[in-house]
Design a protein around this ligand. Structure first.
Ligand SMILES: Nc1ncnc2c1ncn2[C@@H]1O[C@H](COP(=O)(O)OP(=O)(O)O)[C@@H](O)[C@H]1O
Ligand SMILES: [Mg+2]
Length: 315
């Protein structure tokens, strides 16, 4: 794959981005960059020298690119590229915000980050749903252990840095609520938020990654720590916030819970878990609305109802 395959940036724009970051970091020329990922909020390039460049747009989904970029820069800064036996995070080499609103023909850009490249394969949801049961169980248990290690180490570092990055679930509920169209969905959002705040007040709070899904995990094999990337949703929350995307993954969720319980010696609180999953389902409804086939909308509403029932909230 070459950089020119980016749908977001043409060659002249990539050269203009290189020129913008050049005063701050000595990056190889754009001609040697390869595209590693392209999402709603921007692109990630492999610079070919053991580093990655993440370019974040100002506009994408719900919320602002500036806020996402700020959270990710701050978090990567105090995490300091740590590694335990089960988990590792990339070191931040450089980063900055874009003040120039006209960079080639790019959409408005918020900022950039240059990170150490983690070795290994990027996981995908398709991959985990189609692997054999024994492979999936092993991977899920490793992810569970990685999450427990991450929360412990990240909380120590976040507390030492004095970060005030806020609760991932509360934040996503606020964003979703502003977008939701019906009184029924507003009531659901308010009920989730209220129940979450009650549990949150009892604590304990940990520093969470906040956006764990297969696409944000990098697997270098069963004996290597799992790589976590993409810290734009991080913050102080209940540990169960870490599982907010897992409910649609079925048996994979269960193997992750087994790994968590084995490493932490304590099972997840299922009420808190279903509240986090309901907040996530509501976020998906807010972003995607009635888009796609009518059956897609039914599936989104079905997941929301299921999570609300799990959280013992009437709907
Ligand atoms: N430090 C890194 N090392 C290796 N690959 C990375 C790194 N950071 C990002 N990637 C790759 O780029 C993809 C997109 O990065 P990510 O930070 O998740 O951006 P997005 O916000 O678009 O999801 C990841 O799924 C991963 O494959
Ligand atoms: Mg990602």
């Amino acid at each position: 794959m070459t950089a020119s395959l980016s749908r977001m940036f043409d060659t002249a724009t990539l050269n203009a981005i290189h020129k913008e970051i050049a005063p701050h970091t000595d990056a190889p020329p754009a001609a040697s960059w390869t595209l590693a990922g392209e999402g709603l909020w921007g692109c990630v390039f492999d610079l070919g020298d053991g580093t990655m460049l993440k370019v974040v747009r100002r506009h994408g989904g719900l919320g602002s690119g500036e806020a996402l970029h700020h959270r990710e820069s701050e978090t990567l800064g105090f995490l300091g590229g740590f590694a335990t036996g089960y988990v590792r995070v990339p070191a931040l080499a450089a980063g900055g915000i874009f003040t120039n609103s006209y960079i080639g023909s790019a959409p408005p850009l918020a900022g950039w980050l240059r990170l150490a490249a983690l070795e290994g394969k990027r996981l995908t949801t398709d991959k985990v749903l189609t692997m054999s049961a024994s492979e999936r169980d092993l991977l899920g248990e490793r992810i569970g252990a990685a999450i427990v290690d991450f929360n412990a180490e990240a909380s120590t570092r976040a507390a030492a840095a004095g970060t005030r990055l806020a609760d991932t679930i509360t934040r996503s509920l606020t964003l979703a609520r502003a977008q939701l169209a019906t009184a029924e969905l507003h009531r659901a959002a308010d009920a989730i938020a209220q129940a979450w705040e009650t549990l949150r007040a009892a604590g304990p709070l940990v520093f969470v990654h906040g956006d764990l899904n297969p696409g944000n995990l990098i697997d270098a094999g069963p004996r290597a720590p799992l790589g976590f990337v993409d810290f734009a949703e991080s913050g102080w929350s209940l540990a169960e916030a870490e599982f907010r995307h897992l409910e649609p993954l079925g048996p994979f969720r269960d193997s992750i819970f087994r790994g968590v319980t084995a490493r932490r010696g304590q099972a997840p609180n299922m009420r808190a878990y279903y509240l986090a999953a309901a907040a996530d389902a509501l976020m998906t409804v807010a972003i995607q609305g009635n888009a796609g086939h009518p059956r897609d909308a039914m599936r989104r509403t079905g997941l929301l109802r299921h999570c609300l029932a799990g959280a013992e909230i009437g709907y």
